[in-house]
Design a protein. Structure first.
Length: 261
């Protein structure tokens, strides 16, 4: 007698459809979730991805003043960072691997979008950028230390001299949660960085494919950046996410700022 297979969600653009659902229905939209490969399931407040500049976190606040003339928003989601920068007169390209997310960006008024990865954009030889945004903890898109090297080099290929990466990330070690600590140990056992996690997004009966995400302490980010030709020039610690600015400039003294003023 054959055994019954465990139920699995259909594979699709769960993240993008969750954003489209929220765009159309607001707080009446279905919830979406992030599932980790150890079974941890966490609800995501989709509305956070539609917030205004006035709602940006303390560590993200400098982005509005620091961003240059031409900006690539990597992992743009619903465009919550890209839209205010475009409205301020910058040229902004919103990039996301999710077709649904890119469609949301278009519907909300983003004039330039790209569906795909930074490496896929780089081979199209776009007009160079002077600012790359990795906000919303999107340094996690480095995926792993090995992939992060090629990711940062792809950004460098699209950069003008002196370009900056402005982004935020969670320090994986700033936790006492036993579920996360156990996951760190599991990673170490398998030879992975403790902050590397395997995830998929869930919405309705859909799930994205599994993908890697890297929560990396600033010391490891600094070392990885050096290997790819970038330098850490500003670090703003936070209670959980931190802000880090990487530059293609010659090395300058590291400036650490206090988010409390």
């Amino acid at each position: 007698m054959s055994s019954k297979r465990a139920w699995e969600p259909r594979v699709g653009d769960a993240f993008g459809l969750a954003l489209l659902d929220y765009l159309e229905h607001g707080s009446g939209a279905r919830s979406h979730f992030i599932e980790r490969d150890d079974g941890l399931l966490e609800t995501v407040d989709t509305g956070v991805l539609f917030t205004q500049e006035s709602d940006w976190s303390v560590v993200e606040a400098p982005v509005g003043d620091r961003a240059g003339r031409r900006v690539l928003d990597v992992g743009a989601g619903a465009g919550r960072h890209a839209l205010p920068l475009q409205e301020s007169g910058r040229e902004v390209v919103a990039l996301d691997v999710s077709p649904g997310a890119v469609e949301v960006c278009r519907r909300r008024g983003l004039r330039e979008t790209f569906t795909g990865t930074v490496s896929e954009l780089a081979v199209t030889d776009p007009e160079p950028f002077d600012t790359f945004l990795l906000c919303g903890n999107n340094y996690g898109l480095l995926e792993s230390l090995a992939h992060g090297l090629s990711f940062l080099r792809a950004l460098a290929d699209m950069a003008v001299p002196g370009a900056e990466i402005i982004g935020t990330c969670v320090d994986p070690f700033a936790t006492e949660d036993p579920l996360h600590l156990a996951y760190h140990e599991r990673n170490r056992h398998h030879g992975r960085h403790p902050g590397q996690i395997r995830l998929r997004a869930r919405w309705s009966d859909l799930a994205t494919g599994w993908f890697d995400y890297l929560f990396v302490p600033v010391e490891d980010l600094d070392e990885l950046a050096k290997q790819a030709g970038w330098e850490l020039v500003e670090y703003q610690p936070g209670s959980r996410p931190y802000l880090a600015v990487l530059s293609l400039h010659e090395r300058r003294p590291l400036r650490e700022t206090d988010p409390g003023g």
